[in-house]
Design a binder for this molecule. Structure first.
Ligand SMILES: *[C@@H]1O[C@H](CO)[C@@H](O)[C@H](O)[C@H]1NC(C)=O
Ligand SMILES: *[C@@H]1O[C@H](CO)[C@@H](O)[C@H](O)[C@H]1NC(C)=O
Length: 218
């Protein structure tokens, strides 16, 4: 009786041990899972080229120095969103002062070579289709998001599912991934085809040191 029990126990241990082997890519990924169900949203910056009205307004620094003249609707949208790219590629950001409802003397100009799409909360460049904001994952973490793998972007490039945590979301909490897609029209195109609002999230650096590669989508 005791012997039988011992044999069953040993068999059970062997089966458990073998089934813990990462036999497939899927299983290896599961060991690396950060979340099985995170909320998924999109964000972007304002582009003057998306605004058609003919009214213009001067944009000034907090010290009252004129930076440039832009479309009025674009200026109002920048006051809400915080960042905008002008028709001539200048990158404007809200400065360290308050904007009153009727004034536009509250901006700063970013270095457009370094920040062509504006800046993250970490003062690093926002990178289209790569940067994500998350509040409960360490900045710099590479993530693999299966639902993004294979998605065709508006410029016809194919995403490989790899993104990088490099921003914070001030309007949301934990278990939430906010994906930077550069401009509103990209959001419109992407959400016409892809309607998911939650994703599973994996650590893009696998235990054996393999890294998810970040591609260039611009
Ligand atoms: C803008 O950024 C680029 C790239 O980082 C740098 O080489 C250049 O010196 C910067 N220009 C100014 C005016 O700071
Ligand atoms: C991701 O995996 C790497 C390698 O195993 C590890 O060093 C890192 O802490 C992990 N990051 C997170 C956020 O789980």
């Amino acid at each position: 009786m005791n012997k039988k029990f011992a044999i069953i126990l040993i068999l059970f241990m062997i089966v458990t041990f073998v089934s813990s082997f990462p036999t497939t890519f899927e299983k290896r990924q599961t060991g690396n899972q950060i979340s099985s169900n995170s909320k998924f949203t999109y964000y972007w910056v304002e582009f003057e080229s998306d605004y058609k009205s003919t009214k213009t307004v001067n944009i000034l620094t907090c010290d009252g120095v004129k930076i440039t003249t832009v479309n009025l609707d674009f200026a109002n949208a920048m006051k809400i969103e915080g960042t905008g790219v002008t028709k001539d590629g200048r990158v404007l950001n809200l400065g360290d002062c308050d904007c009153s409802s009727s004034s536009y003397d509250c901006f700063e100009e970013l270095n457009k070579t370094k920040f062509p799409f504006g800046s993250t909360a970490n003062d690093t460049p926002l990178v289209p289709f790569i940067t994500v904001a998350a509040n409960d994952i360490r900045k710099g973490t590479l993530l693999y998001i299966p639902k993004l793998d294979g998605i065709i972007l508006p410029n016809s490039k194919v995403h490989n599912g790899c993104v990088k945590v490099d921003d914070k979301g001030f309007e949301f909490g934990k278990k939430h991934i906010d994906w930077f897609v550069a401009k509103k029209s990209n959001y419109d195109t992407l959400t016409k085809k892809n309607t998911f609002t939650s994703v599973s999230v994996f650590n893009g650096t696998s235990p054996n040191g393999q890294k998810c590669s970040l591609l260039n989508y611009t």
